[in-house]
Write a protein that binds this ligand. Structure first.
Ligand code: 13P
Ligand code: SF4
Length: 314
């Protein structure tokens, strides 16, 4: 970043002033830039962010994450102002599930329960019976009767993981995240040779072969908990590299290595959407009250039901 340290400090002070003036709470996902995680009131995985949004009495919620996270907060908190630092912070996984195509797919299986990952648009959630996150997907699926027919979307890799641990045969939508789907198995095996004592932490949005070599597969919060309570000294972290900030903060005596991605040309272990948010944009959105996320009430009502079911079940 070209911003000087002094400017970062000034930005932090301005954010502090505006946060109080606007009675705002700043929430950040673990994939946000370090300096945003530093100033957030709350940092969490997508499940914790949804829960926190449902609980907060703040008038303004600044959701430092991607669009679907802001949308989920807006659906859970009607009447509150939900701001997102950069309106272009989308999600390739959410984009891999077009609402009309999903509705058509679902309509072909009327006897199936539709379970959707939280990384979806409100329009996809409106065609869903229960929303899940990677942090509670297994628990929610386990709560359904063993013979229940299930459609799971949009993340194929997470769906395969849940099928493997629950013994289900859920029908999977073929969506994926452009970051998690591109981690290199060979790159991680090579890294393991250099760091034989390192344990491998894998997010379930990664492909099946990576899940199979993992010491722990889990949501960002589950990977953090594992690292904090496990006895290894070194870890290869196979998820978006923003998580390293909180891992190093929580476990200062341990070493966390970002896993390499398949494409040597680009930093594929970074989510370019998550990284669109900057401290300056956090300040701007607090000051301007925009970009604001608003969900049309009829759609919000339909999308709220499966989100509420998730929060009740997990
Ligand atoms: P978590 O649910 O583990 O936070 O991960 C979701 C995700 O991929 C956010 O991009
Ligand atoms: Fe979406 Fe992937 Fe970025 Fe998460 S890491 S916000 S799933 S594009």
């Amino acid at each position: 970043m070209s911003t000087s340290t002094e400017t970062i400090e000034q930005l932090k002070q301005e954010i502090e002033r505006l946060r109080k003036e606007k009675k705002a709470v700043i929430m950040a996902h673990y994939y946000q830039r370090d300096e945003i995680q530093e100033i957030a009131d709350f940092i969490g995985d997508s499940l914790a962010l949804a829960r926190k949004a449902a609980e907060t009495d703040a008038e303004v919620i600044v959701m430092c994450g991607v669009h679907f996270m802001g949308e989920t907060a807006a659906i859970l908190c009607p009447g509150r102002t939900v701001l997102i630092p950069d309106a272009k912070a989308g999600c390739s996984l959410a984009d891999s599930c077009d609402p009309e195509e999903f509705a058509e797919f679902v309509s072909r299986y009327p006897d199936h329960t539709v379970v959707s990952y939280v990384n979806t648009s409100a329009a996809v959630k409106a065609h869903t019976d229960i929303v899940v996150t990677s942090g509670n997907a297994r628990k929610v699926i386990d709560s359904l009767p063993a013979d229940e027919k299930i459609i799971f979307g949009p993340d194929r890799n997470l769906g395969e993981y849940i099928n493997s641990v629950t013994g289900r045969e859920m029908l999977l939508w073929p969506g994926a995240c452009h970051v998690h789907d591109r981690f290199s198995l060979q790159g991680i095996l090579d890294m393991k040779k250099e760091h034989p004592g390192a344990k491998v932490l894998v997010h379930p949005e990664c492909r099946r072969p990576l899940q199979l070599i993992a010491d722990k597969v889990g949501s960002t919060a589950a990977l953090l908990d594992f690292a904090a309570t496990d006895d290894a000294r070194e870890y290869i972290v196979v998820t978006e590299s923003g998580i390293l900030f909180e891992m190093r903060r929580k476990c200062p005596s341990k070493t966390f290595l970002a896993a390499p991605a398949q494409d040597a040309e680009c930093q594929c272990n970074e989510c370019d959407y998550m990284k669109l948010n900057t401290l300056a944009k956090v300040r701007d959105c607090l000051r301007d009250g925009a970009p604001r996320i608003e969900v049309e009430p009829e759609l919000a009502e339909k999308a709220l039901r499966p989100i509420k079911r998730m929060l009740e079940l997990s």
